[in-house]
Design a binder for this molecule. Structure first.
Ligand code: BMA
Length: 322
């Protein structure tokens, strides 16, 4: 991958993940009308990178915008939100808001999955070939649901999506489920994947959890980076963790981190519109050297970048599993 965003681990640091020293990579005012740009997705595209960015505007409307970068660090984000065209099979345009996008290349196109306002939050879907024209598909599920994340390929002939059934508000519960589809339209054969962890063992993920970036295929299984939430006396705290799911039956969890991978600790993660949030939505993987670059929302305000080496991370998950 050309111009992969990267910075070596700071000397003396033991942790399996480290932050980019010039975080945040995307500031809250990176478009003329944005209030905040966070929980956003990035993929390799042409000779650089493209992304779909959650931009809340100065009316505090939530929408998603396309953006482009040569190096994954300096971004040009379109000032206008994505205007989806109707897919020929779809008569659904209704969308009160869009947020928390994930983007993944599958077969011949980039799929975009987001939290779509359709009489409450549910999983919206669309696709693009070029990040210029975008097509909207049917919503995957009934409300209420969030954190829809596709796998990068079919498994046993089916497309797979993780999601997190929710409520209309600031959901105080949440398990990760998986659903299967022959055609990206009809989703079923739902399986439970993970529940929040017991408070006594792993409190950072004891209230609710949700999938983050698209799972990455490894010899050990699917590497899933996810968020977990603790309810403190002062509100919710969102941290990042990781698990390894079975390759053939990804509803089976092989390993799952007991300690967090990253928790809100820097000023830009602890202070913002919603304090104490790290929320991963994308991960670039350079297979030639095992580098991972994770894009994550910080305090619902800006976008940060953190790095890991995939083999070290997998070793850490196995050694520190619940
Ligand atoms: C969740 C979602 C995320 C947000 C998080 C913290 O419910 O709304 O978009 O980052 O809360 O506010």
């Amino acid at each position: 991958m050309k111009n992969f965003p990267w910075e070596d681990r700071p000397s003396g640091l033991q942790a399996p993940m480290w932050r980019y020293s010039a975080n945040p990579v995307i500031k809250r005012d990176a478009t003329p009308t944005s209030n905040s740009i966070f929980n956003s997705a990035v993929v390799p595209f042409e000779d650089g990178y493209a992304g779909v960015f959650r931009c809340d505007d100065q009316c505090r409307r939530m929408n998603i915008h396309a953006g482009f970068s040569k190096n994954g660090i300096d971004w040009e984000i379109n000032p206008e939100p994505i205007a989806f065209q109707q897919d020929s099979q779809t008569d659904l345009f209704h969308s009160e808001y869009k947020y928390d996008p994930r983007v993944i290349w599958i077969e011949d196109r980039y799929y975009i999955v987001w939290c779509n306002g359709y009489h409450g939050p549910t999983i919206g879907m669309g696709y693009t070939f070029d990040f210029k024209e975008f097509y909207q598909l049917e919503n995957a599920f009934l409300p209420y649901n969030r954190n829809g994340v596709l796998f990068p390929r079919k498994i046993n002939g089916k497309y797979l999506m993780l999601s997190r059934p929710s409520d209309t508000g600031h959901t105080a519960f949440g398990d990760i489920f998986i659903s299967q589809s022959p055609d990206m339209k009809y989703w079923g054969e739902h399986r439970h994947v993970m529940s929040p962890a017991p408070f006594e063992d792993s409190a950072w993920q004891c209230m609710k959890i949700g999938a983050g970036p698209a799972p990455i295929e490894t010899k050990e299984g699917w590497l899933l980076i996810y968020h977990g939430v603790l309810r403190s006396c002062n509100g919710y705290v969102y941290s990042m963790g990781a698990a390894i799911l079975d390759l053939e039956e990804p509803w089976k969890v092989k390993y799952r981190m007991k300690p967090y991978l990253l928790s809100p600790q820097t000023a830009y993660e602890c202070v913002g519109d919603v304090p104490n949030v790290v929320f991963p939505c994308a991960c670039l993987h350079d297979e030639s050297n095992g580098r991972l670059a994770v894009y994550y929302g910080c305090a619902d305000t800006v976008t940060g970048l953190a790095f890991a080496q995939i083999d070290e991370l997998i070793g850490y998950i196995k050694e520190n599993s619940l």
